[in-house]
Design a protein. Sequence first.
Length: 431
Amino acid sequence: MIRLIYNLLWPLGLLLFLPSYLAKMFRRGGYRKNFGQRLGFYSTEYRQRLRGKNPTWIHAVSVGEVVIALKLAEQLRALQPDLKCVLTTTTTTGHALAQKRAPDWMDVLYAPLDLWPVMRRAFRVIAPQRIILIEAEVWPNLVAEATRRKIPIILANARLSPRSERRFRRFKFFVGPVFRRLDLVCVPTPEDAERWKNLGATSSQIRAVGNIKYDVFNQPILSGEARRFIEEGIDATRPILFGGSTHRGEEQVLVDVFCALRSDFPKLFLILAPRHVERANEVEAELRKRDLRSIRQTAPGSRAEELDCLLIDTTGQLPNWYNIATIVFIGKSLTARGGQNPVEAISARKPVLFGPHMENFAGLAKQLIAEGGALCVQNSQELMEQSRHLLRDAEEREKLATNALRVIQPHREAAVRTATLIEKISASRSA
């Protein structure tokens, strides 16, 4: 009955949210390519490639979840050398990153809509041996179809904020039975475990293993374009203010701070990495209005010593670029809400600042502040003052970075622990 109600209401909800959904897809670009995959239609090429493989199906919504999925897939491959995977994503940005980074044993597709006939078509083509959903991506028809086919379903890195728990609780009558069908729920913390129990999952399903998103200790050495930029384009003594994963309004704040700080630090250099690269033209226009000499990462041109600012206009390269920063501001935390993941900057041993809106990483942000591993700024004035202080004090920068690394230490090898549990579940189901 619950599923019947869901399938009756789903098309109405789709029609209600379709205009904003299409507007977002159009704004981010690339929505036309392989659009049929969202409806469960696949090309002959993909059908032939997937025939008889019975892969592990991993679903990740966007960029952050794709990074987790790829990391987890690597650990599963280490345990099962002949592993084949299908990685599905929802957003075009997530899809682009997945295609760029996916190994040859992984196929990348768009996620099918959770409509009953669409999901059935997708299952017939993908024919997975198990399904791994990243974070809270539990869809009723997907779970029902997997259950009908006796396919194990695992929820990995099942982070659940208090806000999400409250939202789910309103519909516990509907979501509780769906959650109880999951074979394994791997959560980052014991607090997450309690929230899942409150929503209907059982203790036997849940394991606290750490947060894969924070399991970023093997930071890549400086390489590629970032290495060339340092070696050929910029004086290594220049301090660098780095805005990572910024959202609308934050670039203007950083430009204001940068311009104000240059009286004290004439060699200061600014790097901006917008969270959505389709905003690069907008950000570039803001830099020109301020008469700043800037260049895009993807554009050939002037040497960096002739410039004031570099604009990163590609996706998925922040971990490497963070290596060259002096101090890092984490975006979506000052003029937008939610916050972006600070762990990649922390793993590069960089001092981190963020605004008051780190709701998506509330527990981590609170712990970082309490243990002296990050600075929280309330406005542009505080950002300027704290940036000035850190640029002057190398010892304080090192202290912040060391304290932050200590905070994320418990999450080390979370991907290994998750992969090991998934293999045990799969083995027990096939026995």
